[in-house]
Ligand binder design. Structure first.
Ligand code: SF4
Length: 116
């Protein structure tokens, strides 16, 4: 009798290990993507209480800064002027606008980040 029709114990273990590896990897990627989306979505960088009126006008009127960009390809986090947040999930800064800057934000001064 041939063993062609039967799965050996070794083959079963190999397939189980492979499926477990793929499953864990996919789960990790999904969790990571969800965590990033959730942390960015929940972040608020709108505390402008310390800004002078002229700086506030520059931020909100002249440059029309918003907390969430309409075009994810043009967000503060990929802008040349963005100053990275000190920790993931916190507000960054900007070399042009004063006050906290949301990495998912946008303003009229957006310019593509250049490779360093
Ligand atoms: S210049 Fe505008 S788009 Fe660029 S980091 Fe500053 S606020 Fe964001």
């Amino acid at each position: 009798m041939s063993n062609d029709r039967f799965i050996t114990r070794r083959d079963a273990l190999k397939h189980t290990a492979l499926l477990t590896f793929v499953g864990v990897g996919a789960g990790s990627l999904l969790t990571s993507a969800c965590d990033k989306k959730a942390s960015t979505a929940a972040l608020s960088c709108n505390d402008t209480s310390s800004l002078a009126p002229a700086d506030l006008e520059m931020r909100t009127v002249t440059m029309a800064y918003v907390e969430k960009t309409a075009d994810p390809a043009k967000a503060c986090e990929n802008c040349q002027q963005y100053k990275a947040a000190p920790a993931p999930g916190s507000c960054g800064g900007c070399t042009i606008l004063k006050g906290p800057i949301n990495p998912a934000g946008f303003c009229k001064a957006w310019i593509a980040k250049q490779p360093s």
